[in-house]
Design a protein around this ligand. Structure first.
Ligand SMILES: [Zn+2]
Length: 373
């Protein structure tokens, strides 16, 4: 373990921003006069050291991106700011969910705002295929690294990160962070209006909505509420309920891109690839000239065992001139699928050179893969 004497200008600014934000969001933390000392090791964590009269924050060594170190600093400083305080944050799923969301929000006020958007987007667009529905009962395993640390099963962190994005979508950030200091979930939802309470109950899976069952008619839900809820249910591994939620959006208000894509994602998660292809076809038709819609259609065709249709969709996508780094990444993926690897490399290099997150990061991953092919 190596002591970090100086975080450096931009990362010190992250620590200062966190101190301001966390006091504003959670009130004064414990031992406000104790310093925070930073170390580097093979893992990250935060502990309270009574002998040093200091908080020890450990950061993972050799982060692949400066943004990752910034987000770790914010995550661990959340633990420092809320250490030992009463409320629902004593439940691991609440504590870690709030740590992830707090880091994203705090970074938005720093030089790492683009990285915060990337982190948020990566979680919001993630697949729910592996969502761990047992997250509320997860217990850490104790591990010894010379001093005490804890570790969760590998599915726990992605599950609570996805749940945080979903819950924030339905209750908003100020209400979400208040959960940490409420004595129970029921006390937390008790102060909400009936609409928000119902949405929060469905999203967390509080009985009677925990099991897949037909969604009751939610009085006063807008089309946007239903769409957001569908997204939340997809993120938290309940695609059949997500499909019901999209279908509750009135037909006049469905906008094929939003609702059609959500339905196709739900069908894919349920393994109904042929239905997903049909849905993506509708979306691509209504969004004529959209490279991403055609790329989605191509990928769905391949998953459904329809390679000829898939290649046709990729070819149609390539007839469109890429207008953004998302498009150039999409074009690269289509070219890769068609086996035109040299041209794919050019598109990936352009997307990487744009520096636009997350496309630059995904393009980098494709370039790595191409270099081993
Ligand atoms: Zn944590």
């Amino acid at each position: 373990m190596r002591r970090i004497e100086n975080l450096g200008g931009e990362l010190s600014a992250v620590a200062s921003q966190c101190a301001v934000d966390f006091e504003g969001w959670f009130g004064e933390g414990p031992d406000p006069r104790w310093p925070t000392v930073f170390y580097e090791a093979s893992f990250a964590g935060c502990s309270r050291n009574r002998l040093l009269r200091a908080y020890v924050v450990i950061l993972a060594a050799n982060p692949p991106h400066a943004g990752q170190r910034a987000s770790e600093i914010a995550h661990e400083l959340y633990h420092r700011a809320t250490f030992g305080r009463p409320g629902m944050r004593r439940e691991h799923w609440v504590d870690e969910m709030l740590a992830v969301r707090s880091a994203v929000h705090a970074l938005r006020g720093t030089a790492f705002a683009a990285y915060a958007d990337y982190l948020h987007g990566a979680i919001a667009q993630g697949s729910s295929a592996e969502f761990d529905s047992g997250y509320r009962d997860a217990r850490p395993q104790r591990v010894l690294f010379g001093f005490r640390g804890t570790r969760f099963h590998r599915t726990f962190a992605p599950a609570v990160a996805a749940l945080g994005v979903a819950l924030e979508m339905v209750v908003g950030w100020p209400k979400l962070r208040a959960l940490g200091f409420c004595p129970t979930c029921e006390a937390w939802t008790g102060s909400m209006d009936p609409r928000t309470r119902w949405l929060a109950h469905v999203t967390v899976g509080i009985e009677p909505y925990a099991r897949p069952a037909p969604l009751p008619a939610g009085a006063g839900l807008t089309s946007k509420d239903w769409r957001d809820l569908a997204h939340c249910l997809l993120l938290t591994g309940r695609p059949a309920l997500a499909l019901d939620a999209v279908q509750a959006v009135p037909a006049t208000d469905r906008g094929a891109w939003d609702c059609g894509t959500l339905e196709a994602l739900a069908m894919t998660a349920m393994g109904d690839h042929r239905a997903a292809v049909q849905k993506y076809r509708d979306v691509a038709q209504s969004a004529a000239g959209d490279l991403v819609a055609l790329g989605n259609l191509g990928a769905a065709c391949l998953a459904a065992g329809m390679p000829a249709d898939g290649l046709e969709a990729f070819r149609a996508a390539l007839a469109i001139v890429p207008a953004s780094s998302a498009d150039r990444l999409g074009a690269g993926i289509c070219l890769e699928m068609l086996g035109r690897l040299a041209e794919a490399r050019t598109e990936f290099e352009a997307a990487r050179a744009s520096g636009d997150l997350p496309y630059a990061v995904t393009a980098e991953a494709h370039l790595k893969r191409l270099s081993v092919l």
